[in-house]
Design a binder for this molecule. Sequence first.
Ligand code: SF4
Length: 267
Amino acid sequence: MIYSYTQISQYLRCPRLYRYRYLDGWQEKDTRASMIFGRCFEKALAAYFQGEDCVSALFKEWNVYKDAPLDYGKTDSWDRMLHQGTQLLHLFVQENRVCVSRPLQDLQTKIIRSLPNANEFIAYVDAIGEIDGAPYLIDWKTTTSRYVDEPEGLWALDPQLICYSWMSGIHNVAMVVFVRKKLPEIQYLKTSIGDEQLKEYGHLVETTIQQIESGSFPSHSGIRFPMNGCTSCSHLGLCLNNQQLIESGLIRRPGAHELDWLDQLAD
Ligand code: SF4
């Protein structure tokens, strides 16, 4: 079996959700404008590091979806997102804090790690480069609101950054967050992951895979207040046996064993 960060984190969130998605083949319909825009924006960043016009690249990528029936957030529209993305690209170029000197090798880098029992773990790292002159493994994010950056050191607890550090052996990791708001902002959230954390994450992966392979998929319904994990779960329709919810949000791919979900970006 091949595992990924998204798989492990989805199992830890709710094993039933994992079963729906990876064993039964129920996938979310890819109509979220914010998610698709994020992918277009990453391609524009790649164009920038390859010495091309990143604003034109963003327009070209995003233009493909101009008339597509996407689900936009309350304050979002195709034009507004393009405008915000363009502003953020200009700001990124102007701030000039990130350098990826080998874009062909160090953007969307695939890393494979062997696990016991002939299993493998795979990750696609957004970028390996420098921030403010120091080497970092970098994950890009696009969002409509700032990421919380206090108390100091908080980002050393981020499981995705820990996972990428565990996969790559690079201790210095960072999220570069492009905040789509009235006054565009870029956050450079840098941290360092310690050896003990890497060991713990390896252990977490191992025990999670053991549970998956033992066929244990209980539901962790998360019904509690004020937060309720089920209300934001893409697979709620299946748990409620609500056909309308299923049809509006999911599509069943009989070939659940196919590996196209591996490079999906979990925001
Ligand atoms: S709706 Fe709740 S119980 Fe059902 S899969 Fe989603 S998180 Fe799990």
